[in-house]
Ligand binder design. Structure first.
Ligand code: ADP
Ligand code: MG
Length: 240
């Protein structure tokens, strides 16, 4: 579903991604970890071309993101993204936050979009909040709305950028539970997170980044038990 081949990216003269090689297969859950500033968000944002790459090749769902013939809107349609700060529209009810893109971007009839939205709201456990405004919900509930909004576009890939980092500790579990369910259902997911419990339990593969490089890629059992890279060892030891 996602292939990075020798990808480099610069912000001006700053070399933010260096020689990135990685693959994410259909149904795989890849968790990206690493210190702040190591390029995790940039890596994720390249996948739906919120950022463009400077060198190399990036193929998403069969389309090369650098090819002139690629319709980026078509590619983006298959990718949902969930951010640290929910990014819900504050002036719109929960249900309207979810139906907006399907109606406007996909041309789904409003009634059908509402039914689909309700289905996903039930799925994330907050069907009763459909007519509330985001500010009337807890952080954990808002993030679950954001996930439902992503799912309502019926994506093939979901990207998560520190989805629980802005949440109070007691709300982290409810969001991780939704993500775990998605993973078990076979969604292709790339997740940037500091929740090592989630990585251990749900990831098929853990990618450790440092200073713009993928320093280590491994199955979680191996990564957490015996990280090969010294920098990964230091990173993990600081978390405990
Ligand atoms: P992470 O998500 O791992 O914390 P980021 O991908 O956000 O890392 O950032 C990696 C590096 O790139 C950081 O040093 C950051 O300051 C820098 N950076 C991020 N976005 C930009 C930008 N738009 N312009 C210039 N530098 C940026
Ligand atoms: Mg980040």
């Amino acid at each position: 579903m996602i292939t990075f081949r020798n990808v480099h990216k610069y912000y001006g003269t700053f070399h933010v991604l260096k020689e990135i090689n990685m693959e994410v297969g259909s149904g795989e859950v890849v968790v990206v970890v690493g210190p702040s500033g190591s390029g995790k968000s940039t890596l994720l944002r390249c996948i739906n071309r919120l950022e463009t790459i400077s060198e190399g090749e990036l193929i998403v769902n069969g389309s090369s993101l650098t090819a002139k013939t690629t319709d980026i809107n078509r590619v983006r349609r298959d990718i949902g993204m969930v951010f640290q700060h929910f990014n819900l529209y504050p002036h719109m009810k929960v249900i309207d936050n979810i139906t907006l893109a399907p109606v406007k971007a996909l041309g789904v009839p409003p009634k059908e979009a509402r039914e689909t939205a309700m289905m996903y709201l039930e799925k994330v456990g907050i069907g009763e909040k459909a007519d509330r405004y985001p500010s009337e919900l807890s952080g954990g509930q808002q993030q679950r709305v954001a996930i439902a909004r992503g799912l309502a576009m019926k994506p093939k890939i979901m990207l998560f950028d520190e989805p629980t980092s802005a949440l109070d500790p007691e709300m982290i579990g409810e969001v991780l539970d939704v993500m775990k369910t998605l993973a078990l259902e076979g969604m292709t997911m790339v997740v940037v997170t500091h929740e090592m419990g989630f990585a251990k339990e749900v990831a098929d593969r853990v990618i450790f980044m440092d200073e713009g490089r993928i320093v280590e890629q491994a199955e979680p059992e191996r990564f957490f038990a015996q990280p090969e890279a010294e920098r990964a060892r230091v990173f993990l030891s600081r978390l405990i």
